[in-house]
Design a protein around this ligand. Sequence first.
Ligand SMILES: [Zn+2]
Length: 232
Amino acid sequence: MLASRYSRCGQTKPLRKLVTSRSEGLASELPETEALMIDLFELGSEFFEGLTAIDLSIVEQAARQPCSECGGRLYRGDYPRKPRGGQIAGAAEGWVRRFSLCCGSEGCRRRATPPSVRFLGRRVYVGAVVIMAAAVALTSMAASAAVRATGVPSRTTRRWLRWWRGSFTTSRPFVELSARMVPPPERRWLPTSLLERFAAGRSAAVLKLLSWLAPISTTSCLQGWSFVRAAM
Ligand SMILES: [Zn+2]
């Protein structure tokens, strides 16, 4: 339905534009699906190792702060995760721990979970997949082809697209980003309309968007924004 609305409006396809501008001609000569596949494979294991390093830096900074409740010392208290990466982020399925902290004071034990560029809240799929699979679902390729390319059921990507266009647009990251961009990113093409603005390379753009999303991945760490900025 989206695809047909797309072509009816006769607009440029944001993802195609992104792929074409990056690969300078190569991708533009390929059928859309192939170009897209090349693009998805760009997120190699180094990309995911980089995200782990950023999360480690964030949790180390957060651990140097006192407990926000009692001023006590914070200790690592990670919790287990069983994330899914679909076809896009197989390497991320090894992320079995969400880095977290716990206050050491008796009677407090408050948990402080710092922001993450790997996990987007409680979602089973990792953040990079929530971005990429939604972007793929926005292309004109058939839903079945999108599912094959990403490994994410279309019911799930439809839910994510509702989030991108819905509550995400009232979040602090979107409000701040919109204020900086002229014209503001098109809401109905989120997250692609943001990726396009960030960088020439797909992985750099995904990383940047993950860093903007990181603070909304938790509600228990108030200084999250500064830790993410310092870790990038
Ligand atoms: Zn405490």
